[in-house]
Design a protein around this ligand. Structure first.
Ligand SMILES: [Zn+2]
Length: 347
C-alpha cells in the first residue's frame, strides 16, 4: 500500500446535500464526502460550492435524452432575494461546521492556511459561490461575502444571470451557445481581480469564456470540466480553451461527472479509471503537466463506480503512477498546481 498522498479537490456540492452540519462532521452514507472519510482519504482542502437551486428543481435528464444525445434546457434565472437566502444558509453551515469540528475543519482564506491543511490533519474549505445570483450589480454583496471568506466565484452556473450566460448541457454540442458577458459581468471580473477572488469558468459559455480571457489579469481556471475532444458535451473545454488556460498559467480540474467523461455522453456509472486518466493525460499532452488538477464534482453528479466517493481518489492517483507518471508529476496534479494558481490569484 502506497503512502497516502494529500490532494486538493476543485469542486464539491457537499454542504448543500447533507441534511445538517452534524451529518457532515460525524459522517454519513448519503453523500460522497463527509469529514471523517475526507480525512482518511487524504483530502487536504476542497472548493466547497454554495449553489442555489431553482424552486422547481432540476428537470430529469431522461426526459430529454434520445438516440442522438440530449438538449437539456437552461433553468430560469433566479432572483437575488431567493438566491441570497440559500447562499447565506450554505455559508452559515460552513461557518457552523468549522465551529463544531473541534479544529478538524477550517475555512481557508489564504495560501498559508491552505499549506497548513496540506501538511497537517485538518480539512480545509475554500468557499466557492457557484453562480453569482447572490451578488447585486452594484457589487456591494461581493465585498461582504469576501470579508466573510469567499475566495472563489463561478460567474454563472448553467443558467443566465445579470453577469453572463451559462452553458446548458447539450450533447453533442460546442460550448459556443449564447452571448458573452454583460457590462455588469465585465465589472464583476475586474472587481474579483482587485479583491483576489478566483474566477471559475466551468459553467460559462464560450463567448463569456473569451471575454474573461481578455479582461482578467489572473490565471484562467475551470474547476470541474473535462476534455471536449474526448467527450463532446457543451460543458467541456475545447482545445483552444485549454491553450488559453495554459497561456494564463491557469488550470483545469478534471471532473468525475460520468456524462462529461464518456465519449457517448451517457449517464452511466460504468466508467473505468482509464477513462478518467485519458482526460488527464490528454490535458498533459496538449498543454503540460502544470495545468491539470482534480475537480471531482462530488455530491453534484453521478460518479464512476471505479471512484465511488472521496475514498476512491487515492486509487486514481495510484493508477496515474501505474500508467507511468512520476511521483513529482502526480503531486502536481494532486495539489501543487492548485496551490500555484491560488498563490497567483489571491491577494
Ligand atoms: Zn457545477
Amino acid at each position: 500500500m502506497n503512502v497516502l498522498m494529500k490532494w486538493i479537490d476543485g469542486h464539491n456540492d457537499t454542504i448543500t446535500r447533507v441534511e445538517n452540519v452534524e451529518e457532515f462532521i460525524k459522517g454519513n452514507h448519503n453523500t460522497h464526502i463527509d469529514l471523517p472519510r475526507a480525512r482518511r482519504a487524504g483530502l487536504g482542502a476542497g472548493f466547497f460550492a454554495m449553489f442555489s437551486p431553482n424552486d422547481e428543481g432540476m428537470p430529469k435528464f431522461s426526459d430529454f435524452q434520445n438516440e442522438e444525445g440530449y438538449q437539456f434546457p437552461l433553468p430560469d434565472a433566479l432572483p437575488i432575494e431567493k438566491s441570497q437566502l440559500m447562499t447565506n444558509e450554505w455559508f452559515s453551515r460552513l461557518i457552523q461546521a468549522e465551529k463544531q469540528s473541534g479544529g478538524a475543519f477550517t475555512l481557508i482564506r489564504n495560501t498559508d492556511e491552505l499549506e497548513e491543511c496540506l501538511t497537517g490533519d485538518r480539512l480545509g474549505a475554500i468557499v466557492h459561490m457557484e453562480g453569482a445570483e447572490s451578488i447585486d450589480t452594484d457589487l456591494n454583496a461581493l465585498d461582504v461575502y469576501y470579508e466573510a471568506g469567499l475566495r472563489s466565484l463561478g460567474i454563472v452556473w448553467s443558467r443566465p444571470n445579470a453577469f453572463a450566460t451559462g452553458v446548458p448541457y447539450h450533447f453533442p454540442s460546442t460550448p459556443d451557445l449564447g452571448e458573452g458577458l454583460t457590462e455588469a459581468g465585465r465589472r464583476l471580473v475586474k472587481k474579483c481581480n482587485e479583491l483576489g477572488i478566483m474566477l471559475d469558468l466551468s459553467h460559462l459559455n464560450e463567448k463569456g469564456f473569451w471575454d474573461v480571457v481578455k479582461l482578467s489579469d489572473a490565471p484562467i481556471v475551470a474547476t470541474h470540466s473535462n476534455v471536449h475532444k474526448l467527450c463532446p458535451i457543451s460543458r467541456n473545454i475545447t482545445d483552444e480553451q485549454l491553450d488559453a488556460i495554459a497561456a494564463s498559467n491557469g488550470v483545469i480540474g478534471v471532473s468525475y461527472v460520468v456524462n462529461m467523461l464518456r465519449e457517448d455522453g451517457k449517464i452511466d456509472s460504468d466508467v473505468p479509471l482509464t477513462v478518467v486518466t485519458d482526460h488527464i493525460r490528454y490535458v498533459i499532452d496538449r498543454i503540460g503537466i502544470d495545468h491539470v488538477a482534480l475537480g471531482s464534482d462530488f455530491d453534484g453528479a453521478t460518479i464512476p463506480d471505479s471512484i465511488k466517493d472521496v475514498g476512491g481518489v487515492q486509487g486514481l492517483l495510484q493508477h496515474l503512477q501505474a500508467e507511468g507518471l512520476s511521483d513529482d508529476d502526480v503531486k502536481k496534479i494532486a495539489y501543487q498546481n492548485w496551490l500555484r494558481v491560488l498563490e497567483h490569484t489571491w491577494k
